[in-house]
Unconditional design. Structure first.
Length: 347
């Protein structure tokens, strides 16, 4: 009977202690979060409750499973399993703590910073730092788990002699991946492109939605996602409309008859812009920029605070000015004049 009660008591006690400790930790974090509303760190750390409980429970069982006689016929397997679970849970807890710290830092910075470009730059940097930390923790945990197996230690020692050759081969094989990795770090700290930037790549216009260590995702205006290697943005030219500020200047073109009332169109353009809330008022203008045997090209220049508003302003100006011409000056619309050819002399 003792051989049954002791393991049950130890396992049950470990679970009870774990549940109580998790509840106390959550209670303390909730109180800390209520006392310090200026930082979201304590609220974010509440996500660490489950990995903390796993670490605590595994540690207690790892230290007492032999004394308690938990599966004595398989003591070695039990110990190995608990060790692997402990390593994995510690890595899980470390990732959760690092993520909470990074998210809290970014949230506090975004709350006190008015410059949207700086906020997006910091967001890009902390996101990549978080992923680097996660990758390092996962690799270290996996290595630690493998080293618990004695055959793996022997295998690792035997491979040291050929490590140089393997390193060269691995470097050649992973040249593209390493290039993307370093390109991701260059983007994060070189401030060339940031999450939320409006870019044009391969004639596609969109916003940078996600940046990882190896790829970058651009969300287009029609909700498509274009995934590209980050090395593209360090080796090829592209347009970044958010670089140096989000304010933009755009153009609207019309092809009209030579009799078009350009002066009246200038006045009408100002009236139209006053009724468009997306126009930022920085500038506007209208001029004849080209002529052909049948039409003249009229160009309007408008401004807006960002690419989205600029698109709205351009479409509204184009639509309303055409409607005004159709209603009040239909003769200004392009047309093809046809007449009989003059007779040949002497015919």
């Amino acid at each position: 009977m003792e051989s049954v009660l002791r393991p049950v008591t130890v396992v049950g006690g470990a679970l009870v202690v774990t549940l109580i400790a998790g509840w106390l930790l959550d209670l303390l974090l909730r109180r800390a979060d209520a006392r310090h509303p200026e930082t979201p760190l304590w609220g974010l750390l509440r996500r660490c409750r489950l990995p903390f409980q796993v670490v605590l429970c595994t540690s207690l069982l790892r230290g007492a499973y032999r004394t308690a006689g938990v599966l004595p016929d398989h003591a070695f397997a039990v110990g190995r399993t608990l060790t692997l679970v402990l390593i994995a849970s510690v890595a899980w807890l470390a990732v959760r703590i690092a993520t909470a710290a990074v998210d809290s830092t970014y949230a506090r910075y975004a709350a006190v910073t008015q410059d949207d470009a700086r906020v997006r730059r910091v967001r890009t940097q902390v996101t990549l730092i978080q992923r680097v930390v996660t990758a390092v923790v996962v690799v270290v945990a996996a290595a630690a788990m493998l080293l618990t197996f004695p055959p793996m230690r022997t295998f690792g020692a035997s491979m040291l002699a050929s490590a140089g050759v393997l390193g060269i081969v691995a470097g050649i094989a992973a040249q593209s991946s390493l290039g993307n990795l370093f390109a991701g770090l260059q983007i994060a700290f070189g401030d060339t492109v940031r999450i939320g930037d409006t870019v044009v790549v391969d004639r596609e216009w969109g916003k940078v939605e996600e940046i990882t260590l190896t790829f970058l995702t651009v969300r287009t205006w029609d909700e498509r996602r274009i995934t590209m290697p980050v090395s593209y943005f360090t080796s090829k030219p592209y347009e970044n409309w958010s670089r140096g500020g989000a304010q933009m200047t755009g153009t609207v073109f019309w092809h009209l008859d030579h009799s078009a009332p350009v002066d009246l169109m200038r006045e009408r353009l100002q009236d139209i812009l006053q009724d468009i809330p997306e126009w930022d008022g920085r500038g506007s203008g209208l001029a004849v920029t080209d002529t052909t045997p049948h039409t003249v090209q009229v160009r309007a220049v408008v401004t807006a605070k960002d690419a989205d508003d600029l698109w709205t302003v351009r479409c509204a100006v184009r639509e309303r000015l055409i409607a005004w011409l159709v209603t009040h000056h239909p003769y200004a619309l392009p047309r093809i004049a046809a007449s009989e050819a003059a007779p040949r002399p002497g015919s």
